[in-house]
Design a binder for this molecule. Structure first.
Ligand SMILES: [Zn+2]
Length: 419
């Protein structure tokens, strides 16, 4: 009898402990300044109440729940976590071999997973709480990486992944006829409508969260009708389409075909920029600086010319008023830098082009959130959204490069970096 009573008491005690653990952890952040990127303004002395993974309340006088953990960021500017809408977490070219093709064909899925794990952590630590991973991840390694983050196995940003890139025969490679199988698993070659439909469905089936197409890296390019067909098929599976375009012709077809975003778009004419704007297409410019273009391994002259193309198109896109989202295309390893610090190097292009800091901040938050379709969940600091927050000592609305000094990172209520 005595034994039974003890057991019952133990069960009761255990249950109450479990309930306490299940009750969501409450954290209150004291923000010296809190940025609203959509408005381009900052409010002083705000309290952000975080319960579990989400923001419960925001304001100067919100009630602080008893027993809440307080994080004092009164000397800091707090803003929503950053987005990189064009990254390749599972890909890396080291300094000794900058050639993508040779890296792609020599590396295993296991190696890609290791790269992805490291890059995901480094992006998060730099302040990127959400990324769109646009392919080159081997055989759906990006889907496993996304799941590992979602299940809390590894630290990393929220990932929307593209799976295998869909492209006309050859993809981004120059194959030889006896080795045509080397296109797999990086690319799904799709030239007929049946192949396009099947490629979209395979991606959806294997966990892609968007469709990435390479429009124009071969002499034959996807037509506007091809692209419309892929966009429609992707829509049936609830997915948006990102289109890699390096030529004016490819970009025009993509803008006509109604993709969600044009990636790079570095040779877009003013007319095509206008067309993209009319069709609600977002430009993810991956605006290479001369320095980051230097890591592509094609020499200083190339780097200079490549950067000049981006800079010119960036200024014109801003003038036209085409919506832009921040995306880097960082797939190269730089000794002494992390994937996150490399992603922030691209800020220099926006400074150089004279794009106002508040607009660049929108590119990094609200514009990207809308493109990714997560604007109801992330990209702002307000009640109901996930608690994805970063903090800097200075004011990024005045000096965008302040984002290189992120000292605090919270993703879904969990702190990954603190001052
Ligand atoms: Zn890319």
């Amino acid at each position: 009898m005595k034994f039974k009573t003890t057991t019952r008491a133990l069960v009761a005690l255990t249950l109450s402990l479990l309930c306490a653990a299940a009750r969501a952890q409450v954290t209150v952040i004291k923000a010296g300044r809190l940025v609203d990127p959509e408005a381009g303004t900052a409010a002083t002395n705000q309290l952000i109440v975080v319960e579990g993974r989400r923001i419960k309340a925001v304001g100067p006088n919100v009630q602080v729940p008893a027993g809440a953990t307080v994080i004092d960021l009164s000397g800091y500017t707090v803003l929503p976590g950053l987005f990189d809408a064009h990254t390749h977490l599972c890909e890396r070219t080291p300094p000794e071999d900058r050639d993508l093709f040779s890296n792609d064909i020599r590396t295993t899925g296991a190696w890609r997973a290791i790269l992805g794990t490291v890059n995901a952590r480094e992006m998060l630590e730099a302040g990127f709480t959400t990324v769109r991973d646009v392919g080159n991840a081997g055989n759906y390694v990006d889907t496993d990486l996304r799941r590992a983050v979602e299940q809390g196995l590894i630290p990393g940003p929220t990932i929307l992944n593209a799976g295998r890139i869909i492209a006309p025969f050859g993809g981004q490679y120059h194959l030889q006829p006896e080795r045509r199988e080397l296109g797999a698993p990086e690319y799904l070659f799709a030239d007929t409508r049946d192949e396009m439909r099947k490629a979209v469905r395979e991606n959806a089936h294997f966990g892609a969260r968007l469709i990435k197409i390479v429009v124009d890296d071969q002499p034959y390019v996807y037509s506007a009708d091809d692209i419309r067909f892929i966009v429609e098929e992707a829509k049936n599976a609830g997915l948006k389409v990102a289109a890699h375009c390096l030529t004016e012709r490819g970009a025009r077809n993509a803008a006509e075909g109604g993709v969600a975003s044009i990636e790079h778009g570095l040779r877009m004419s003013d007319e095509t920029l206008e067309l993209a704007k009319r069709n609600g297409v977002v430009l993810v410019g991956t605006d290479f600086t001369e320095k980051t273009a230097g890591y592509l391994g094609a020499g200083p002259e190339f780097a200079k010319a490549f950067h000049a193309l981006f800079l010119d198109r960036l200024k014109r896109a801003y003038r036209v008023g085409l919506t832009m989202a921040y995306g880097t295309d960082a797939f190269f390893d730089v000794p002494g830098e992390t994937r996150g610090t490399i992603a922030l190097m691209y800020l220099d292009s926006y400074m150089e082009a004279g794009i106002p800091a508040p607009y660049v901040l929108k590119m990094l938050t609200t514009n990207a959130a809308r493109l990714l379709g997560v604007e109801g969940e992330r990209g702002a600091v307000r009640a109901g959204l996930y608690a994805d927050l970063v903090a800097t000592p200075g004011d990024p609305l005045k000096e965008i490069t302040e984002l290189r000094r992120v000292r605090f990172v919270m993703k879904e209520g969990k702190v990954y970096r603190r001052p």
